[in-house]
Design a protein around this ligand. Structure first.
Ligand code: GRF
Length: 217
């Protein structure tokens, strides 16, 4: 199967971008990053793209009169790169519906909660306040609603006694760095199908264990 080409959209640190760059550097990984775009000038993720020799550019949303015009500029740059799949990785702008519809089932996002619980911001603090025993992260196809769309992969991590939003965020982030490359690989291998707005994954590697938190001793 031909290699899937990715356009990764970021706004900041870019650690998820790095996880995709690192995955793509492996000989058997069926994707490569063709372009990195940041809406924020000076985003650390741009340095990661530079270090990896990946074409990168800043498209600053502040330079556009409307969300649509910003979306058009993004779309043109992505099309020019030849990317097949758009990966949002800490991209902090809401995209216009024209853009989202144009990339239907070809745009994915990573979110630091077990969606559909805790869409939006401050997910780790909200998880702690809700007293959940598991937190996690989700990779999903992007639809019009905030952090909504068919779920591709998820990873769960335990919430531990004494956790702060920082310690929980760190545990979730380590899981993000596994679950995003996994989603990209499954898509690249043609194993992901959207049926009635849910995702079917055509592989047999399913987890069997029940996760308990706390443990039974
Ligand atoms: C991650 O937690 C991601 O789930 C969320 O924004 C954060 C981006 O982190 N959408 P990074 O820039 O990838 O390090």
């Amino acid at each position: 199967m031909a290699e899937l080409t990715l356009a990764v959209l970021i706004s900041g640190r870019g650690s998820n971008l790095q996880s995709l760059i690192d995955a793509c550097a492996k000989a058997d990984f069926p994707a490569r990053v063709a372009l990195v775009i940041s809406n924020e000038p000076g985003a650390k993720g741009l340095e990661r793209a530079q270090a990896a020799g990946i074409p990168h550019q800043t498209i600053n949303h502040r330079n556009f009169d409307s969300r649509d015009a910003f979306g058009d500029a993004l779309g043109n740059a992505i099309k020019d790169s030849g990317a097949d799949l758009v990966c949002l990785a800490g991209f902090m702008r809401i995209l216009d519906s024209g853009f989202v519809n144009q990339w239907h089932d070809r745009i994915i996002n990573i979110h630091p909660s077990l969606l559909p619980i805790f869409p939006g911001l401050h997910t780790h603090q909200r998880a702690l306040e809700a007293g959940v025993r598991f937190a996690g992260c989700t990779v999903h196809f992007v639809r019009g609603g905030l952090d909504s769309g068919p779920i591709i992969t998820q990873a769960a991590v335990p919430v531990l006694p004494g956790d702060t939003s920082d310690t929980l965020a760190e545990r979730v982030l380590a899981a993000e760095h596994r679950v995003y490359p996994l989603a990209v690989r499954l898509i690249a291998e043609g194993l992901v199908t959207v049926v009635n707005e849910t995702v079917l994954v055509d592989n047999s590697a399913v987890p069997e264990t029940v996760l308990l938190n706390p443990l039974e001793d």
